[in-house]
Design a protein around this ligand. Structure first.
Ligand SMILES: [Zn+2]
Length: 471
């Protein structure tokens, strides 16, 4: 038997341990206990910081910081504080010790310079053109365009101005789209703090549009999308957007999952099931985030009575305006048909937009076939390789997808308004070229959809990745 060699990450951790011999030492489990407003600790680059005092002063708001309390935050910190050194200087003041032992989740390799170069060029672009990276006017303008169409389609589908069934069905489809588009514009940008520099505004917009108008939970979304998905994109076992239960999930996306015969048909049965996504989320907010206090592998920090009350009352309000009013006040004919059709369209719209960007033949997966691994890639490069862009240059696609057709750039710069992604994506692509990293851009949405469906087909039959040139 050959001698076992320690992994580079372990060697790095051991050398950090030696360097920090004189400091207070904490394990990730000890840090994980400090996850509330009483005591909030975070880990950045193997150093532990007590940021309790900073909670109320944090320019990004207390809520954003509490979401990350008790966790490893290196990549979150780097990707949300790109425009000034101020935050790094402030953070230094709160250092209390260092991390020892293992980490909770797989770790990435240190930055080789690629991400710093992307950041340097993008920051210079905004400075040179005197642009505000959190510009909110386009988001507001697009929402104002969608809102009247959404309202009119709601009135038509509930039979206010017509009794024509065909008009009601078409209006239901239109309304389903009008619900999805603001979620991908306003809510997505709000959750990333990318609308204005004022955290109160993005928290208000996020809760209003997601909790009150759509009966979904902004808290649940933030745990899944910000804490889980954005940091551990396509890392099997951590990214909540990938299957969590490797024995019984309805989808087979990674090789660690047991190959069941039914998966041979997943490219056919999953697309219609995507239509149930928004209804599924409304239930999962209770079961997965609030009751179980986990979202996939992500621990959910303590939930206050106020959060519970918000969850309950906003869901009741959604049932009131979405079901009770049309059914009992407007006496909407064919109500359940139009309701489910509209919900189905919203689910399809959201699911396809999210799925084609990461579950694709062109994307890379980490810990694909092993239970636990150290990721042999730096974080930013892994983001590029685990995402796929499409239809660059198309304003229509950018509008319909909420800028998610620039997915890789969004992952590197989550706090920049999605309306700048078309401008900064070429900068990121240039840096990728210099570092010989493949930044995949497919010509159209349909090419991205094809790559998604083909991936489902391949994983459903043999689980092996294949290289296919798309367009
Ligand atoms: Zn995002």
């Amino acid at each position: 038997m050959g001698e076992l060699q320690p992994s580079p990450a372990l060697v790095r951790r051991e050398s950090n341990d030696i360097k920090s011999e004189l400091k207070n030492k904490y394990t990730w489990q000890q840090v994980a206990e400090k996850n509330s407003a009483k005591e909030a600790w975070i880990i950045v680059r193997d150093k532990v910081y007590d940021v309790t005092e900073w909670l109320w002063k944090h320019p990004g708001g207390k809520e954003m910081l509490l979401l990350h309390a008790g966790r490893e935050c290196t990549h979150t910190f780097d990707s949300y504080h790109q425009f000034s050194d101020k935050s790094a200087n402030i953070l230094r003041k709160y250092e209390i010790g260092c991390l020892v032992g293992d980490s909770e989740f797989p770790t990435y390799l240190p930055d080789t310079g690629f991400y710093k170069e992307c950041q340097r060029r993008v920051v210079a672009y905004f400075a040179k053109n005197h642009l505000n990276p959190k510009q909110n006017m386009p988001a507001m303008a697009r929402t104002l365009t969608i809102f009247p169409v959404g309202l009119l389609s709601y009135l038509l589908m509930t039979g206010c101005f017509t009794s024509n069934v065909l008009v009601m069905l078409i209006s239901s489809i239109l309304h389903g789209c009008c619900v999805a588009i603001p979620l991908m514009h306003l809510v997505h940008d709000s959750s990333h703090g990318a609308i204005t520099g004022n955290h109160k505004i993005w928290e208000f917009i996020g809760r209003l549009a997601m909790d009150w108008l759509n009966g979904l939970s902004f808290t649940s979304w933030n745990n899944q999308h910000i804490v889980g998905h954005h940091i551990f994109t396509n890392v099997a076992g951590v990214d909540p957007d990938l299957p969590v239960n490797f024995k019984s999930d309805i989808r087979r996306i990674v090789e660690r999952q047991i190959l069941q015969p039914i998966y041979a048909w997943q490219h056919l049965y999953l697309p219609p099931l995507y239509g149930l996504l928004s209804l599924k989320f409304r239930i999962q907010d209770f079961t997965h985030t609030f009751f179980s206090r986990t979202n996939g592998a992500v621990r959910v920090n303590p939930i206050s009575l106020k959060d519970w009350m918000l969850l309950g009352s906003s869901k009741l309000f959604w049932i009131f305006h979405r079901i009770w009013i049309p059914l009992y006040v407007l006496n909407a004919p064919y109500f359940w048909l139009t309701f489910f059709l509209s919900e189905f369209v919203t689910g399809l719209y959201l699911a396809f937009n999210f799925q084609v960007s990461h579950i694709s033949l062109t994307c890379q997966y980490q810990c694909h076939d092993r239970d636990y691994c150290n990721i042999p890639e730096e974080w930013a490069i892994s983001q590029i390789k685990s995402s796929v862009d499409y239809a660059h240059g198309s304003s229509l696609v950018a509008f319909l997808s909420g800028g998610l057709n620039y997915q890789a750039t969004h992952h590197l710069f989550p706090s920049i308004s999605q309306y700048y992604l078309p401008e900064i994506a070429p900068i990121v692509r240039d840096v990728c070229r210099a570092y010989q990293i493949d930044y995949v851009v497919l010509p159209t949405f349909f090419d991205a959809l094809k790559a998604h469906l083909l991936y489902l087909k391949v994983m459903g039959k043999n689980g092996k990745r294949v290289d296919v040139h798309m367009g």
